[in-house]
Design a protein. Structure first.
Length: 253
């Protein structure tokens, strides 16, 4: 039987960011490989699956621009299992880097919100949610708007808020309440509330950029050290009564 660790649908699915897609594909391929091995208990098949896994991952890394992953040279190892172990350790390290960079690294289109900003935004999301739930709009539209607020809240709770995701959720929310003035009496307030939320996000981004520039600014150059003054040789000191040999030669006796 021919086993495939990844299906066509796996390549087409989210996430869209290349490095995160690589991490998702690796997780799926590894899980499928381990599951097949556990169910078949075949040594030859296990070797074949490990080879397939390594080939898939090196090809995916190359296609998605993930550096530092190559097929192991089995001549450098005692057997196929040791080569796979070395490859497995390397790829786990790469996946860890990808996931940490995705959540912690300051990216141009993301921002780490302060605790106070998050708290203020959360309170405004509650206000928006109340406006929708208390309206007499049709249930489908109400449900869709609540889901968009949920998407925004999920992004808000990430270590770094992604502008694209947050703005998309807010844009969809605002487009959803357009033309609902008759059913959403607080529509003008909803627009104002969203504007306030975006203003707070922008303020935190500006503060983050200022801090980044401060930390990365080159240190002021230190002045060149002044040359040390040259020491003048001290004149030889004579003790009292010591007139030297030359003086003795001039005494007329």
């Amino acid at each position: 039987m021919d086993y495939s660790l990844l299906d066509i649908e796996d390549y087409d699915g989210p996430p869209n960011e290349p490095h995160r897609k690589f991490a998702a594909l690796e997780q799926k391929a590894r899980r499928n490989m381990n599951e097949i091995m556990e169910n078949t208990q075949s040594g030859d098949l296990s070797t074949e699956l490990r080879s397939q896994y390594m080939m898939l991952m090196t090809s995916a890394a190359r296609a998605l621009g993930v550096p530092g992953l190559e097929l192991p040279d089995e001549s450098e190892y005692r057997n196929e299992w040791e080569a796979y172990q070395a490859f497995s350790i390397r790829i786990r390290g790469l996946v860890a880097e990808i996931m940490l960079n995705d959540t912690l690294v300051a990216k141009p289109h993301s921002v780490r919100l302060s605790t106070s900003t998050k708290s203020k935004i959360e309170s405004q999301i509650i206000v928006l949610r109340g406006m929708i739930e208390d309206s007499d709009m049709e249930p489908k539209r109400r449900k869709r708007l609540i889901e968009q607020l949920d998407d925004f809240s999920a992004e808000l709770n990430r270590p770094r808020l992604n502008y694209a995701v947050a703005m998309s959720a807010m844009a969809l929310f605002l487009s959803g309440i357009q033309g609902t003035t008759s059913t959403l009496a607080d529509a003008p307030n909803a627009y104002q509330t969203v504007g306030t939320i975006l203003k707070w996000i922008g303020a935190d981004k500006e503060a983050e950029e200022r801090e980044r520039e401060r930390l990365t600014a080159p240190a002021p150059a230190l002045p060149a050290p002044k040359p040390k003054p040259k020491l003048q040789p001290k004149a030889p000191q004579q003790s009292p009564g010591d007139f030297g040999d030359d003086f003795d030669d001039d005494v007329p006796f």
